[in-house]
Design a protein around this ligand. Sequence first.
Ligand code: CIR
Length: 258
Amino acid sequence: MASKRKFTRAIVRTPCLRIAEGLTTSDLGKPDYDSTLAQHAEYIEALEKCGLEVKVLPADERYPDSVFVEDTAVLTDRCAVITRPGAKSRRGEVAAVREVLAGFYDAVEEIAPPGTLEGGDVMQVGDYFYVGLSKRTNASGADRLIDILRRYGMDGTPIHMNDMLHLKTGVNYLENGCLTITGEFTENPVFQPFNHIEIDSKEAYAANCLWINGTVLVPEGFHRTKARIEAAGYETIAVDVSEFRKIDGGLSCLSLRF
Ligand code: CIR
């Protein structure tokens, strides 16, 4: 596909033994630890197939949700922004990510209190960032992020939302003017200028797809969505993340790309 965007690296974090204690709203049961490890390895392999060098952070037993590194930072080509997760049990996850990002970025910014922000609420479209006001990201966190982005020549806007966990639970940018989109976001005027690959409620989980260097990772088992994305001209890789789904995690949550 035509987008010139290019990622070269990703950061992921090994699932910890306490992953079954992760926050969840689903009724899909508890993740099985060995299966999460196997699926995580498959996920890393998919990132590598897309050309990324993957840095794997060690598991941290203090934080059951720490495998979902996406929520701990917002990465741009000019700066990294360390978040302040709205979920209190996740707040300490940022320390290890801050440390590793300091090795890759000269400019590392922070979301300061009373702001809260989780990376799953941030969707990048070029130099413009859509920031979901979810239960995890408040107006102060969104404003603070947008202030930081402006200092670096970028911009953004807050997006009101009702019932999804994160913005990217329901809308994801596949570059080339194209979004996967579902539920409450489908009719949002802000997203009307884009081409929509509308995901119906039966496959809503698959709206959280992940574009990497022209290939789209799609969760395993969502055949209609996969076919629609392929029909739009993308290569796809199906990745089984069913164990992470049990604690509300999707494909994008499992990595930071830059
Ligand atoms: C949580 O509730 O925080 C985790 N169990 C799931 C986080 C998913 N992250 C994401 O969508 N970016």
